[in-house]
Ligand binder design. Structure first.
Ligand SMILES: NC(=O)c1ccc[n+]([C@@H]2O[C@H](COP(=O)([O-])OP(=O)(O)OC[C@H]3O[C@@H](n4cnc5c(N)ncnc54)[C@H](OP(=O)(O)O)[C@@H]3O)[C@@H](O)[C@H]2O)c1
Length: 395
């Protein structure tokens, strides 16, 4: 099955014209630095031609010195940044549409990544998408844009990369169900009362993945899995009632696909984002790479599975319900979650308060209609304001 917006044209081979240019948005983050390690190991196939960061000038400066991209952009203003660098939020779009870039890795965190995804797809480029919020806020618009302009959306998220690999060569009517795995996060076995008062440092201790702080908190609330269910719905065109989640604490099986004959395929590997990043660049081909240690099933020990504890982790159900509702509800869920997580990280909200604030925002604003990009962006802004005003009122 070829997901919407995906062609089957290989892109990752070395060509007579030289290596393929890659724009990397969010180069200084967890995915961004992993992506640079992947690119550095594949100099004959790929070359970074544009790099962006939000405010981390020092890290971006080091990357620019090492990789000499044709374009660099910093969103936040910084007096030390060279005059030639792009500035402000528009630098993401400038990098994403850079003429030397055939592939854009979108590794920005949050809805801030959406305009660049759309701009790259409008230019017919491949978007290797880590920025799942892009598809949660405006999944229909994004997949339509890819289709209309011949752009490709290839997932970087390990679960969606796993599903893409399991679906290779299959047709939509052969698929019964997608089953996404979730590590369960640091509070997998905690009682609800203890989860509600978990501290910032408790929540930032992810058991299996090293990631940026926002997605680490999303993994602790299971909001991340809700975002991924919505992402899978848009990427693979599978209805919500045929997408399930199972807890798999070892994070070795990255997801399953169940077929209509009852067969189940799983994709597995050590938990390293370098594998799905490389695959998103070379899909549908595979190329040799030395970055990840060889798979040793004996050393892994057991693989276990558990049902999701929905009562203790209400964000999963809230997010899936928002996805099913459609319209502006997923954008409201995402924006309210982004704001609530930022407030939790800043010490202004309890861990349990994240789900309460998001539920409240969905109740107030989830019913707004959201067919156009402007309507979705307005719903996003309203949800952020709503969460902020409730928190200020409670301080
Ligand atoms: N980390 C993972 O293993 C993982 C796995 C699957 C999917 N993802 C997804 O990948 C995306 C990135 O996650 P991450 O863990 O790499 O995040 P991260 O470590 O926080 O990095 C975020 C990157 O985006 C930049 N950035 C932050 N806010 C921005 C804004 N408003 N405008 C432009 N750039 C901005 C940051 O720049 P500065 O460094 O200058 O702040 C940084 O380069 C998220 O959507 C996440 O859900 C991550």
């Amino acid at each position: 099955m070829t997901p919407p917006g995906m062609s089957a044209a290989p892109i990752g081979g070395a060509s007579a014209a030289g290596p393929v240019g890659v724009a990397l948005l969010g180069a200084t983050g967890s995915i961004g630095t992993s992506a640079l390690r992947v690119l550095a190991r594949q100099p004959d196939r790929f070359v970074p031609v544009a790099l962006t960061a939000n405010g981390n000038f020092a890290a971006l400066q080091e990357q620019v010195a090492r990789f000499s991209p044709a374009y660099a952009g910093l969103v936040q203003s910084c007096p030390d940044a060279p005059a030639a660098w792009g500035r402000g939020p528009d630098c993401l779009v400038a990098a994403a549409t850079h003429p030397e870039a055939a592939i854009v890795i979108n590794a920005v965190v949050g809805a801030a990544g959406l305009p660049a995804t759309l701009a790259a797809l409008r230019c017919g480029k491949r978007v290797a998408l880590a920025n799942k919020e892009t598809l949660v806020v405006a999944g229909g618009i994004v997949t339509d844009t890819a289709r209309e302009h011949g752009g490709e959306l290839v997932p970087v998220d390990s679960e969606h990369s796993a599903i893409l690999q399991c679906l290779a060569g299959r047709q939509p009517h052969e698929v019964r169900r997608l089953l996404l795995t979730a590590s369960g996060g640091p509070f997998r076995t905690w009682p609800a009362e203890r989860i509600a008062t978990a501290t910032r440092s408790d929540a930032l201790k992810h058991p299996t993945w090293q990631m940026g702080s926002k997605i680490t908190i999303d993994s602790a609330t299971l909001a991340n899995k809700a975002l991924e269910v919505i992402e899978a719905h848009h990427l693979f065109g599978v209805p919500y009632d045929r997408i399930d989640v199972v807890v798999h604490p070892q994070s070795i099986i990255h997801s399953f696909v169940e077929f209509v004959d009852g067969s189940v395929l799983a994709q597995m590997g050590v938990p390293s984002m370098e594998l799905p990043i490389l695959y998103a660049l070379t899909w549908p081909e595979r190329v040799p790479d030395s970055g990840v240690p060889s798979f040793d099933p004996v050393a892994l020990g057991g693989l276990t599975f558990e049902a999701v504890r929905h009562e203790q982790f209400p964000m999963l159900g809230l997010g899936i319900a928002a996805g099913r509702q459609g319209g502006a509800a997923p954008a409201v869920f995402n924006a309210a979650n982004e704001e609530a997580v930022a407030q939790f990280l800043a010490g202004h909200l309890s861990f349990g308060g994240i789900a309460e604030r998001v539920a409240d925002a969905l109740q107030e604003l989830g019913g707004s209609s959201g067919d156009t990009l402007d309507a979705l962006l307005a719903a996003d802004a309203a949800a952020r304001r709503h969460v902020r005003s409730r928190i200020v009122a409670e301080l």
